[in-house]
Write a protein that binds this ligand. Structure first.
Ligand SMILES: Cc1cc2nc3c(=O)[nH]c(=O)nc-3n(C[C@H](O)[C@H](O)[C@H](O)COP(=O)(O)OP(=O)(O)OC[C@H]3O[C@@H](n4cnc5c(N)ncnc54)[C@H](O)[C@@H]3O)c2cc1C
Length: 322
């Protein structure tokens, strides 16, 4: 890992720096580059501002919580976001980490909360928009639980998507199973956790190969017949142009799949895809605990150091996205 990135991860993990930064007015300006706001109302407002160009998936910044009170608070924020999106004309599209809604406490609590959220999403007016509980995929220990949860939610009739990590050895088979089971939406990512070689490919070449092979499956005639909507969540140009070529070879129109990127990351690439007519969704986090997420994004690209310097100088000229 590069020195800059390790330094930023160190900053993300430090509780005292987190407290300091989250209370700092200038740093809050910086957070606006990557985060939708402190609460669901701000995030829905930001989604609405973005909606002329991109759709969004809202994510509440609260991972791996074990105490029932903290879990309930996470769920309450997601409930508020779903209800507010439901009252707007935006997609009711929420990204959920299973461990933020109960799986870090007990499977029963996690499943009960997921069903609660799925039911609420399904109850929002359809009005020609996408309603989806998108399950994020966390570390290997919860992969099977997350797949089981998706099946349970689908069985209950709730619109539920799932994220598949291309780096896992098991993912090719999981993808086949999900397509047979007509999963409504599958989001393909490379995978973000430090998994062992027993479970995962670890070299960039192998991961990219697996990602494109998963993309081919998602764009296949079989996936289309089963009504699976493919979502490609990557900032990697090489993957994106290869997917576009694959889609064209498979006679898929631009409306039959979408790209998804983190809000604020690789904006020129996002703008180019939008200008060329591709569907783009922004993963838009919200919540008061924004420092660790923001500083990790900054760590992914040293060029982003200028945003920190601008924030410290009080210069907000780079803050608005569009
Ligand atoms: C919407 C979305 C949802 C995700 N959900 C999950 C999930 O549920 N589970 C999971 O394990 N992983 C998830 N991920 C993370 C994913 O697995 C990868 O770790 C992450 O996207 C980086 O891989 P990449 O495909 O973008 O390619 P990379 O090869 O990592 O990056 C491609 C290019 O983008 C550039 N880039 C990346 N980040 C930045 C940045 N902040 N600023 C500027 N340039 C940047 C890189 O420098 C590189 O040039 C998700 C990613 C996205 C976009």
């Amino acid at each position: 890992m590069k020195l800059w990135q390790s330094a930023m991860i160190g900053l993300a993990r430090s509780k005292s720096i987190t407290g300091l930064m989250q209370g700092n007015r200038l740093m809050r300006g910086l957070a606006k580059r990557f985060v939708g706001g402190d609460n669901s109302s701000a995030a829905v407002r930001r989604s609405s501002e973005l909606s002329a160009q991109a759709t969004t998936s809202l994510y509440y910044l609260g991972e791996y919580v074990e105490s029932p009170a903290a879990i309930e608070e996470n769920v309450a924020h997601l409930v508020a976001a779903i209800e507010q999106l439901g009252q707007s004309n935006l997609d009711v599209h929420i990204s959920i980490d299973p461990t933020q809604i109960g799986y870090a406490h007990s499977d029963a609590l996690g499943e009960a909360n997921a069903l609660r959220l799925g039911k609420l999403i399904a109850a929002q007016p359809a009005s020609g928009r996408r309603r989806l509980a998108m399950l994020d995929m966390e570390d290997f220990s919860v992969v099977q639980k997350t797949l089981d949860l998706r099946a349970r939610m689908a069985q209950a009739g709730y619109p539920t998507g799932i994220t598949i990590q291309a780096y896992l050895h098991r993912s090719a088979e999981d993808l086949r199973g999900l397509i047979k089971d007509a999963a409504v939406a599958i989001r393909l990512v490379k995978g973000a956790f430090a998994e062992s070689r027993d479970h995962a490919w670890t070299s960039r070449t192998d991961i990219n190969r697996e990602f494109l092979s998963g993309a081919a499956v998602l764009l296949s005639a079989e996936a289309k017949t089963h009504g699976v909507y493919p979502i490609f969540a990557t900032h990697d140009d090489e993957m994106i142009w290869a997917i576009i070529e694959l889609a064209q070879q498979n006679q898929r129109t631009q409306e039959e799949y979408e790209f998804e990127m983190l809000f604020g990351v690789r904006e020129p690439l996002q703008h180019r895809l939008i200008a060329e007519g591709y569907r783009l969704r922004d993963y838009l986090p919200f919540g008061t605990d924004w420092w660790p997420y923001t500083v990790r994004r900054i760590g992914e690209n040293p060029a982003n150091a200028r945003f920190v310097l601008n924030a410290l100088r009080g210069n907000r000229s780079h803050t608005p996205r569009k």
